[in-house]
Design a protein. Structure first.
Ligand code: CUA
Length: 320
């Protein structure tokens, strides 16, 4: 949107490092201007009426209007239209902020704990947050984060990207962004999580995508990739005795093409198979039973760590 360049780069806001940041700021600027205009109309009008209709003597009759349908309609209907417009505008931006594109260049599992972040890449590169290990992402390409927490609720907030997402224990949430330029962007935890809450600051470092590819494939810092570890676990837990990986029907649904597909359940509801759905189905499969299948899968809650679950999910995602 070219008209979003109306917002001066030198405003009091943090830099606009993504396209969405510009859109958020434009809406924000509109809200501020609309508030100012409303303020002038309301307070200015009131002041003007105070002066114009000032009672100058005791026996002067006061102006007394009981009712005016037209005026009341106008001051209800016009604000309603403006408010619905703002609602729609915000909804469109929110939808963009919440929906990662189909092809993301990097997917990173982010685990929050008191008081640090760990990030793990699809090939097993793993970092425990510190100033020396910024989260490396490609510039000009989309990155998706899959967040969870080991203890309390934390929140991953990147002011320059105008986006944030809670990291919730026992749940997977996601966040995506596409930094336009290489650079370093600060990340705050914005959910009060204890003594060193303010110390949960890390940096995202966006580097040109060719450089990113070289960095990504260079010497690994972690062990095997999450998908490889998930594959081992899939065999160890005998998942294959009920779930095929080639599309054939066994006791339970096949894993082939499962991720991202639409699931229909025995109770008539539907859901898209995202990370959080896979997590729930692995731990407590009875929560959502896929139609035409029996509720036969044992409970894995308490038997798999968060990391095990993340690894299984990455393996399932790789079975296309
Ligand atoms: Cu983690 Cu606040």
């Amino acid at each position: 949107m070219s008209w979003s360049s109306l917002i001066p780069a030198t405003s009091f806001m943090p830099i606009q490092a993504t396209e969405i940041a510009k859109e958020v700021d434009l809406l924000y600027a509109f809200l501020i201007i609309a508030s100012l205009v409303s303020f002038v109309i309301l307070i200015g009008g009131m002041t003007w009426f105070l002066i114009k209709f000032k009672r100058t003597s005791v026996d002067q009759k006061s102006a007394y209007i009981t009712h005016n349908n037209f005026a009341e309609f106008l001051w209800s209907f016009i604000p309603l239209v403006i408010m619905m417009g703002i609602f729609y505008w915000g909804m469109v931006i929110f939808e963009k902020l919440r929906t990662p594109p189909e092809d993301v260049a990097a997917e990173i599992h982010v685990t929050a704990e008191q008081w640090a972040w760990t990030y793990r890449y699809a090939n097993g590169k793993e970092f425990y947050s510190s100033a020396n290990d910024p989260m490396i992402v490609p510039a000009g390409k989309a990155t998706k984060l899959i967040l969870t927490s080991k203890d309390v609720i934390h929140s991953f907030y990147v002011p320059a990207f105008r986006t944030k997402q809670d990291a919730v224990p026992g749940k997977l949430t996601q966040l995506w962004f596409e930094p336009k330029q290489p650079g370093e962007y600060i990340v705050f935890c914005t959910e009060y999580c204890g003594t060193k809450h303010s110390g949960m600051m890390i940096k995202i470092k966006a580097i040109p995508s060719e450089e990113y590819a070289a960095w990504y494939h260079a010497e690994k810092k972690g062990a095997d990739s999450p998908a490889d570890l998930g594959k081992v676990l899939f065999a160890q837990k005998a998942c294959a005795s009920c779930h095929s990986i080639d599309g054939s029907r066994v006791v339970g649904p096949t894993m082939k093409g499962l991720f991202g597909s639409e699931r229909k359940f025995a109770d008539g509801t539907k859901a898209k198979a995202d990370e959080n759905y896979l997590r729930e189905s692995i731990l407590v499969s009875s929560a959502k039973i896929v139609e035409t299948y029996p509720a036969a899968m044992p409970l894995f809650q308490g038997q798999l760590s968060d990391e095990d679950v993340a690894n299984l999910i990455e393996y399932i995602k790789s079975i296309k």
